[in-house]
Design a protein around this ligand. Structure first.
Ligand code: FAD
Ligand code: NAD
Length: 478
């Protein structure tokens, strides 16, 4: 007889671990299988996000920004420091400590909530049976009334640029450099390319980013992406758009990259090269041929709006299914599925997923862009407010960027909010809450915001939708 559970989850990233904890909270007998091992070969939970993604990248982004502030900006506010230097091994080990603390936290939460943590690999067989292979090779079959597939994603590789030990790396490798590379190449000006490119550029690398598309950050509001590109170039990142990489040759010490753009073929040499051209579902080996689930052409598992697959009581969540590959989206899907297994009616609002690029300035948005609304034929009004007119931004010596609020021309309902600036990642939450409650720009305008705060820029942008911002001259008044 197979050991039996109410729910088995494969994968303990933000989707899987959140699902596991919520299932257990709701009284379901829950097991969560995850194959990840840390640098010392010990099982770890938390998936890409905690181990090789969100958290370690933000630890390095925050540390490297502190370095830039000390080196370039302290003097501007009247603080003198001697020559500022970087201790890369210490930065990396601090990052590792943060990861360790958080992943140990997940193990603790599993224990405290009675989630059975099963280190090893899971594979979905037919009839809601999961083959569980431990790291020592020992194998058993487990059964469950419900199964949640949450195996996450992995970097895409491109044939012209195979990874080459310690010289050509993916995002995981770019979190582990032992010293600051003199010349760093990044392929892909997406979220990972810009975040990790920023880290090493701030620490002193000469960074060249090669991006195949002609448009910079096409999913971002056009004004914001234009201003962001200017800011990143000013910081020293050499971002080359319309650059198609055709070949590379790596030695032990450097890599030569050939790319083509409108002007022809070019060669450029780097000490390290990061390939950051997107991620794909990590479904290798997770589905037995007769399990009834077939991935689509791009490897995604097809699900409905409640993350149910075509097989009853089998669900898939997180990066493995449609929608943005974001940790918070993965978590909310995991929680929704757990709730629904327990009979509740929880839903995810896919129209209200915030996105953030953690560069400096940060870029954050929720809802529709102007381009999308125009394409859909929706009439809308725009309000905006620049941080250079915000007292708190001036006090903080950080005035780049702006807030934009897009509201329906008829109903005034907020359709999108776009922020470029310091703390945009925090400010966007206000817009998400407003949109979750179907707020109008006027609702936000009639809300009181503490003074002096960066949030007042959100307030003023909402007021400016109708031409009533207080701290700027309004061009149009309604
Ligand atoms: P994952 O986190 O990938 O977890 C899946 C887990 O399942 C893994 O531990 C994997 O080992 C395990 N697994 C897979 N197959 C099996 C199997 N057969 N058996 C057992 N276990 C298995 N998102 C944000 O929202 N904000 C950010 O700031 C951010 N920064 C990022 C930075 C980087 C460098 C990267 C790479 C990603 C970043 N992301 C960020 C994306 C985020 O990490 C993912 O969206 C998120 O981790 C997806 O969660 P998940 O649970 O679906 O999958
Ligand atoms: P991405 O899709 O954001 O960007 C990849 C970029 O590479 C694109 O601009 C694409 O045009 C370009 N590209 C693709 N092939 C290329 C080629 N051959 N040559 C040159 N450029 C090429 O992907 P990513 O940056 O790898 O990130 C993967 C996922 O991880 C994203 O979906 C993102 O949601 C998630 N992530 C999120 C955050 C965050 O929320 N802050 C941070 C990191 C990663």
């Amino acid at each position: 007889m197979n050991k039996k559970y109410d729910v088995i989850i494969i994968g303990a990233g933000p989707a899987g671990y959140a699902a596991a904890i919520r299932c257990a909270q709701l009284g379901l007998k829950t097991a969560c299988i995850d194959k990840s091992l840390d640098k010392e070969g010990k099982p770890v939970y938390g998936g890409t996000c905690l181990n090789w993604g969100c958290i370690p990248s933000k630890a390095l982004l925050d540390a490297s920004q502190k370095f830039v502030d000390a080196r370039d900006h302290f003097a501007e506010v009247g603080i003198s420091v001697g020559k500022v230097s970087v201790d890369v091994p210490k930065m990396i080990s601090r990052k590792d400590d943060i990861v360790k603390g958080l992943t140990a936290g997940i193990a603790g939460l599993f224990k405290g909530n009675n989630v059975e943590a099963l280190p090893g690999t899971g594979k979905l067989l037919a009839d809601r049976v999961v083959e569980y292979v431990q790291h020592n090779g020992s194998t058993e079959n487990l059964s469950a009334d419900n199964i949640i597939l949450a195996p996450g994603s992995q970097p895409i590789d491109i044939p012209p640029v195979p990874l080459a030990d310690n010289v050509v790396v993916d995002s995981t490798g770019a979190l582990e450099f032992e010293s600051v590379p003199k010349r760093l190449g990044v392929i892909g000006a997406g979220v990972i390319g810009l975040e990790l490119g920023s880290v090493w550029s701030r620490l002193g690398s000469s960074v060249v980013v090669l991006e195949a598309l002609k448009d910079f950050l096409p999913m971002v509001d056009q004004r914001l992406s234009r201003d962001a590109l200017k800011a990143f170039k000013k910081q020293g990142m050499d971002i080359r758009l319309g650059a198609r990489v055709t070949a590379s040759k790596a030695t032990k010490k450097q890599v030569a990259v050939i790319y083509e753009d409108a002007e022809g073929e070019h060669q450029v040499k780097f000490d390290k090269l990061v390939v950051a051209v997107g991620r794909k579902p990590a479904i290798n080996g997770i589905l037995a041929a007769d399990c009834g689930i077939v991935p689509d052409d791009r490897g995604f598992l097809s699900v409905d709006e409640f993350c149910a697959t075509n097989i009853p009581n089998i669900y898939a969540v997180g990066d493995t299914v449609r929608g943005p590959m974001l940790a918070h989206k993965a978590t909310e899907e995991g929680v929704m599925v757990a709730d629904r297994i327990a009979g509740q009616k929880t839903m995810v609002n896919y129209d209200c997923i915030p996105s953030v690029v953690y560069t400096h300035p940060e870029i954050a948005w929720v809802g529709k862009t102007e381009r999308e609304l125009k394409k859909e034929g929706v009439k809308f009004n725009v309000g905006s407010f620049a941080f250079n007119a915000n007292g708190r931004a001036m006090a903080a010596n950080d005035t780049d960027g702006l807030v934009k609020v897009l509201a329906d021309a008829e109903s005034d309902r907020i359709l999108g909010v776009h922020i470029l600036g310091n703390q945009a990642s925090e400010l966007i939450a206000q817009a998400v809450i407003a949109m979750e409650f179907d707020a109008s720009a006027e609702d936000l305008g009639l809300t009181m915001f503490a003074h002096p705060t960066l949030s007042e820029a959100v307030h003023e942008a909402a007021l400016s939708v109708s031409g009533h911002a207080i701290h700027m001259l309004n061009r149009k008044r309604k």
